[in-house]
Write a protein that binds this ligand. Structure first.
Ligand code: PMP
Length: 375
């Protein structure tokens, strides 16, 4: 049996997907070629790309008035690509950002190169919530505190902070925050395909593939069509959404192998019953792990309960001197990559779609056992 892999990304892929990619490595469907060896414009790869898009559209019920783009540069490049494409739209050069952790802060910092950028709300301070004190970046700013400029070109948020383990999925109607004409742009990298998406609320949703959707190298960008065609003159042509859309993501050579493996993941997801079925498994996995953390005195979870991520679960040993022993023993027990991000410390279990309930149960048993031996 393979060990359980709790990496935050690049992360576990479904074994069946890896096995299929291996079986097709040197000869894809009798073509005599590896997918890596095919022209991106040939009929075989065109079929692979078209099926990947169709399956993704089906999985997420993406409306017809949205383009699905397969891009490169990761979510980090989108931090520049979003303002380059959108900030010219409103003619005010303004864009607003919600800050909820490291990834949204990075997006905000990059955007400052391109316009008049304001913070709509931030969780970067201590706050009192439900009678307890929450540390910075362990909670999500309440919608009633957002200050969105009605003439901003867009509002950006990160809906799952991979490092802090903070998730925000109840995206508001922008009219309810006093900005009905401001499109919402969402970095959903680390919970993409883990739950359904309400596209009536978001104008752009983007995600690097290497968590829930495939290998590193491809970024999925789902963009409402009316937002195309406003790129700044300095926007690199390969990053202009309208160019990429017009060329069916083949404006230049796309990351063909990464798109192929992502496509296999989409087919695997459909076989599991789709995103809704996966979401209920994810709810059960997160509930199991958080309820153990809440009952075990040995461990601590510091994220505000209402903002806890279903995908990335940071936790601490109360006695931090046991951290290296915990990690070494976990590794030996076949539970890999549990070390927390250096900015947060402690541990982090990323329990993406490819980590089943069985893996979460194995982690909980190990944690119980470790606590017993050291409690
Ligand atoms: N946003 C989020 C939420 C992420 O988790 C990551 C990667 N961990 C990024 C952005 C940056 O992605 P990339 O390194 O692929 O550019």
């Amino acid at each position: 049996m393979r060990p359980w892999n709790f990496s935050a990304g690049p992360s576990a892929l479904p074994l069946e997907v890896l096995q299929q990619a291996a079986a097709e490595m040197t000869d894809w469907h009798g073509s005599g070629m590896s997918v890596m060896e095919m022209s991106h414009r040939g009929k075989q790869f065109t079929q692979i790309r078209d099926e990947a898009e169709a399956d993704l559209r089906e999985l997420l019920a993406i409306p017809e008035d949205y383009e699905v783009l397969f891009m490169q540069g990761g979510a980090t490049a989108e931090n520049a690509i979003v303002p380059l494409n959108l900030i010219g739209r409103g003619k005010t050069g303004k864009a607003d950002y919600l800050l909820s952790g490291i990834w949204s802060n990075k997006s905000h910092k990059e955007a400052q190169r391109y316009g008049d950028i304001a913070v709509a709300a931030s969780s970067g301070s201590e706050t009192a919530l439900d009678g307890a004190t929450q540390a910075p970046w362990t909670w999500f700013p309440g919608i009633d505190t957002w200050k969105v400029r009605p003439d901003a070109s867009y509002l950006h948020l990160c809906s799952n902070e991979t490092i802090g383990g903070v998730e925000f999925s109840d995206w508001p109607d922008m009219a309810s925050v006093g900005a009905p004409d401001v499109p919402l742009v969402v970095d959903a990298s680390s919970h993409f395909l883990s739950r359904s998406i309400d596209f009536s609320r978001a104008a752009i949703v983007y995600a690097g593939a290497q968590k829930n959707a495939g290998p590193a190298g491809v970024t999925m960008v789902i963009v409402r069509k009316d937002l195309l065609g406003h790129a700044l003159p300095v926007c690199p042509s390969a990053f202009d959404y309208s160019n990429v859309a017009a060329a069916d993501s083949m404006f230049n050579t796309p990351p063909t192998y990464a798109i192929y493996v992502a496509g296999l993941v989409f087919k695997w997801l459909k076989k599991q019953g789709g995103v809704a079925a996966m979401e209920s498994v994810n709810v059960a996995k997160a509930q199991a792990l958080y309820s153990y953390l809440d009952t075990a005195d040995f461990y601590l979870s510091t994220v505000h309960a209402a903002s806890r991520s279903r995908m990335n679960v940071p936790f601490f040993l109360r006695d931090e001197s046991l951290n290296s022993e915990f990690l070494a023993q976990a590794d030996a027990a076949g539970l890999m990559q549990l070390k927390g991000h250096k900015s947060v410390g402690g541990m982090r279990a990323s329990i993406y779609n490819a980590v089943p309930m069985e893996g979460v149960q194995a982690l909980i048993s190990f944690m119980q056992n470790f606590a017993q031996r050291h409690g």
